[in-house]
Design a protein around this ligand. Sequence first.
Ligand code: SF4
Length: 222
Amino acid sequence: MEENVKKIVQMRMEKTKKALESNNMQVFIADTKEQVPEIVKTLISKDELIGSGGSVSLKEAGVIDMLKNEGYNFLDRADFTAENIKDFYIKCFSTDTYFTSANAITENGELYNVDGNSNRIAAIAFGPESVIVVAGYNKIVKNLDDAVKRVKTIAAPANTVRLSCDTFCHEKGECAALAGNCDGITSGCKSDGRICCNFLVSAQQRHKNRIKVILVAESLGY
Ligand code: SF4
């Protein structure tokens, strides 16, 4: 990364960190994704129950491999089938620590997440004692308007390809709402495979530091 770009990345991350902290979230900054597992290890213990939402960022940062291979009491989604996956979702609500990423994080200190199944946003909002969000610099946006746009133009199209969902954005690379000039956060396609069903903005938290955010100065996930 060029020095000038690096400086801008650091400034935006510091600004976002301060705003998240003022909303009662604890924030850690990692210069590289390799630093993430070491930060995570200071926040969890091997005798606690740990769960996670589906996340490319967690995989890319090595968090999932660490939880699976280093003796943690990790509820692994891969151990569940289509028939009993609901048991996994319910168990995740009573975990000590729940891992996820975010679809966008604003410089104003908000987390923005959109879900189809909605197990992930439900656990972010309530249940697990602690929630650890791992997010690359690419997830930082100026405000909620840009967060909404980010999901409709980047996160949702990429996730519908990853999850093989038959949606407009899978085919066209952007939300049907943008192509149809429809306004509003919730506007979109009418597909059965739609992944934008529930919309969560996490602002000032009542339970201080329940949500911890690890901001990484590299691109992770989408
Ligand atoms: S509402 Fe439909 S088309 Fe729009 S981003 Fe979501 S899944 Fe894609």
